[in-house]
Ligand binder design. Structure first.
Ligand code: SAM
Length: 314
């Protein structure tokens, strides 16, 4: 095992390669060896739960940096494909992992990467042998939400997302929002939108001292477990795939409109989409008060509301 996860190793490797941490790319490197080990161990354990013994498991790592997490992932997964945007770090990474036969680097921006193509190009044999693919990362915090949404939106709402789970370190504040319950102040459009696509659980908190340089915020590792499509969240969603996609899109629109002005009642927030009396009557039919605000509705409630608004006669 190499030492890639101590402050002295990180500083030495960076300086030997004429690099320094780039704030604009969210570069805060792990220097507490327990953290990458815990991420790799728990995500591989989760991946193995749903498949037979002895089939391969793969992982996509976002932003490997120097490779502290990669090194652990290579111990627990049969194949690791790491996507790094920084050309300097990519060169350093290639030298470090040259002797590993289960680690591959792709020098690219994850936000411009075609995720389904990455899964099928790099993990075809893993999947065809009955294995699965996970995602792990100490995410660059400037793109936390876009990366999570991209991973969840790359596969349509009518199919099962092939990613077994997404285990990522993010800002604690965002983790609180993703895990919030309806009615709480952290609950918002991002919470409900993510839950349309996945369940989210908090794993553990990590203090700024576990990174070099230390970030200004606390961090939390979360696990995102994609649903098997929207019908799993709401069995009443249409059987026909085209209708089901429309149902999903309308539910997303309703969620967005519901939180655009938090203080408004839902009937007012949705008045650009539906007449107020229609929304009020649909709310009553799903067992809600017609004056309710969007922040009180769970994802399942939003689906039920969409269903009622689509099926109710004028
Ligand atoms: N995994 C390393 C660790 O834990 O020590 C580094 C984590 S650091 C928080 C984030 C990493 O993501 C950096 O290596 C950074 O260069 C990389 N990165 C930033 N933006 C990226 C993007 N759009 N696509 C791929 N990698 C990116």
């Amino acid at each position: 095992m190499m030492d890639l996860c101590s402050v002295s190793a990180v500083k030495r490797l960076l300086s030997e390669n004429s690099l320094s941490p780039r704030k604009s790319l969210g570069q805060n490197f792990l220097i507490n060896a327990r953290i990458p080990e815990m991420i790799a161990e728990s995500s591989s354990e989760f991946a193995r739960k749903s498949i037979s013994n002895n089939v391969p498991i793969g992982v996509i790592e976002i932003g490997p940096g120097i490779g502290a997490l990669t090194d652990e992932l290579a111990n627990y997964f049969d194949r690791v494909v790491s996507v790094e945007i920084d050309p300097g770090l990519s060169l350093l990474f290639k030298k470090t992992f040259a002797g590993y036969n289960n680690v591959e680097l792709i020098s690219a921006d994850i936000l411009k990467t075609d995720i389904p193509a990455l899964v099928s190009d790099c993990f075809n044999d893993v999947v065809s042998e009955g294995g699965n693919v996970s995602v792990c990362a100490n995410l660059p915090y400037y793109i936390t939400t876009p990366v999570i949404m991209k991973l969840l939106e790359s596969f349509g709402p009518t199919v099962k997302n092939p990613l077994s789970s997404v285990t990522v370190m993010i800002q604690s504040e965002v983790a609180d929002r993703l895990c919030a319950q309806p009615g709480s102040s952290d609950y918002g459009s991002i919470t409900a939108s993510v839950r349309l696509r996945a369940n989210v659980v908090k794993l553990f908190d990590v203090s700024p001292g576990s990174f070099y340089p230390p970030p200004k915020v606390n961090s939390t590792v979360i696990r995102i477990i994609p649903h098997g499509g929207i019908r799993e969240v709401f069995p009443g969603a249409p059987d026909d795939n085209t209708e089901c996609r429309k149902f999903f899109e309308l539910t997303s629109k309703i969620i967005e409109a519901s939180f655009s002005q938090r203080r408004k009642t839902l009937t007012n927030s949705l008045s650009g989409l539906f007449p107020k009396d229609k929304t009020a009557s649909a709310l009553v039919k799903i067992g809600k008060n017609p004056d309710v605000r969007g922040e009180r509705l769970s994802t399942e409630d939003f689906c039920a509301l969409t269903h009622m608004l689509l099926t109710e006669k004028e």
